[in-house]
Design a protein around this ligand. Sequence first.
Ligand SMILES: C[S@@+](CC[C@H](N)C(=O)[O-])C[C@H]1O[C@@H](n2cnc3c(N)ncnc32)[C@H](O)[C@@H]1O
Length: 189
Amino acid sequence: MSQDERIYVVGNQKIIIEEGSAGQRILDIGGGGEGIIGLCYGNRVIAIDPRKDELEETPEGPLKIVMDARELSFLDNSFDAVTSFFTLMYINKDDHEKVFKEIYRVLKDNGEFVLWDATIPEYDGGIKDIFVIQLEIETPIKVIKTGYGVSRKDKVQDIEYFTRIGESIGFNVIKEEVRDKVFKIIFRK
Ligand SMILES: C[S@@+](CC[C@H](N)C(=O)[O-])C[C@H]1O[C@@H](n2cnc3c(N)ncnc32)[C@H](O)[C@@H]1O
C-alpha cells in the first residue's frame, strides 16, 4: 500500500492571524515546524519544542528553547500569553490535561492561552490511518501554505474536547471560533 492511500486529507483550511493580538511576552508551545507564532510576533516569543531540529528550521526572532510542554521549566506567572498552533494534535491525549495545567501555571493572572487546532474524526480502523490537514495561513507578514500530519489512532478531537479540558482546570473560555475543520479557542486565566 502506498503512503498516499493511507492519508485522510482535509484540504483548503484557511487561518487568519491578526496583527497586534496575543501579549507582550508570549510562550509558544511546539514552536518548531513552520514557527508561525514566532514569525508573527518575533522577539516577543519564546518558542519551546522538544525537537531541536524543528526549532532550528524556524525563522529567526524568537528565543528558541528545547523543552517539553509536559514539564515547563519556567516559574509560575511568567507569561502574558501562551499559544499553541496545531501542536496539541501532536501530543498524546493522555498528556493533554498535564500540558493545560503547565500552561495555566506559567500564565500570569488574566493572561490568555490561544489555541488553534484541527477537528479530527474518529478513526474507523480502515486503511486511511494518517490524518493530514492542509492550511493556508494568512499572517501579517506573508501567506504560508503548509500541511500538518499525524497518525489517526487515538486522535479524535474537536473544539468541545479542548474547551472541556480548559474549563476543568480553571480557565474561562472567552472566545471560540470554528471555521470548517479548524478552530481557535481563547482561554483566560
Ligand atoms: C508540526 S508542529 C505544529 C505547528 C507549529 N506550531 C508551527 O508553527 O508550524 C508540532 C510541533 O509540536 C512539537 N511537539 C510534540 N510534542 C511536544 C511536546 N510534548 N511539547 C512541546 N512540543 C511538542 C513537535 O516537535 C512539532 O515541532
